[in-house]
Design a protein around this ligand. Structure first.
Ligand SMILES: [Zn+2]
Length: 49
């Protein structure tokens, strides 16, 4: 299961259809994350702009 790199909470993304490059927000800390892979799902911090 993917974890938020910021707060390390588990992200329950199973069943979601996420595309690489898509942005999501962590439900715990609300930080913006970018989907970097989908098999398995992995995320990284979105670059701050
Ligand atoms: Zn988080």
């Amino acid at each position: 299961m993917a974890k938020c790199p910021e707060c390390e909470s588990d992200l329950e993304l199973d069943g979601y259809e996420l595309d690489v490059g898509e942005s999501i927000n962590c439900p715990e800390c609300s930080i913006e994350l970018k989907v970097t892979g989908n098999d398995p799902i992995s995320v990284s911090l979105a670059p701050e702009e």
